[in-house]
Design a protein around this ligand. Structure first.
Ligand code: ADP
Ligand code: MG
Length: 143
């Protein structure tokens, strides 16, 4: 599925809709260049889950947990991961295979760990379509 947005508000709204509909155990991966709107979409997602706490990119930790919503929300940012062992060290499988919901920014860096059935979200710019245009692709991960 491909969705086109033309403002941060629209990208936020897409995230919010996904957060409202997400089921326990679902993993979303989120890829796209710096400044493309990953955090905007994540903030909408958290709102859709009913989380009122402010959500930013986890800067000093790989995963940030939010328990204030309809389901536990685990927000990963694996940008700084150097070796896959770091994921083992934080016990990632408890998050991935639990009853909460995972959203993993920069998931391409840990591609081998991403389970089948995860939903991959890719955000891209296309400057020919304007500065605020974003193409957002959602596809089920098949291994
Ligand atoms: P990332 O987390 O991918 O590095 P951010 O979400 O922090 O990016 O920032 C995205 C920036 O792009 C924000 O400044 C936002 O206002 C801007 N922006 C412009 N148009 C859009 C759009 N259609 N969707 C999302 N963000 C947009
Ligand atoms: Mg970000």
């Amino acid at each position: 599925m491909i969705i086109e947005t033309n403002s941060p508000k629209e990208t936020f709204a897409l995230g919010e809709k996904l957060g409202q509909e997400v089921r326990p155990g679902q993993i979303y991966t989120l890829n796209g260049d710096l400044g493309v709107g990953k955090t905007v979409l994540t903030q909408g997602f958290a709102k859709g889950l009913g989380i009122t706490e402010a959500v930013n990119s986890p800067t000093f930790t790989i995963v940030q947990e939010y328990d204030g919503g309809r389901l536990p929300f685990y927000h990963f940012d694996v940008y700084r991961i150097c070796e896959i062992e770091e994921m083992e060290e934080i016990g990632y499988d408890d998050y991935f295979f639990g009853e909460g919901v995972c959203l993993i920014e920069w998931a391409n860096l840990i591609r081998e760990l991403i389970p089948e059935g995860s939903i991959a979200i890719t955000i891209e710019k296309d400057l020919d379509r304007g500065f605020d245009f974003r193409r957002i692709t959602l596809e089920r991960t098949v291994k």
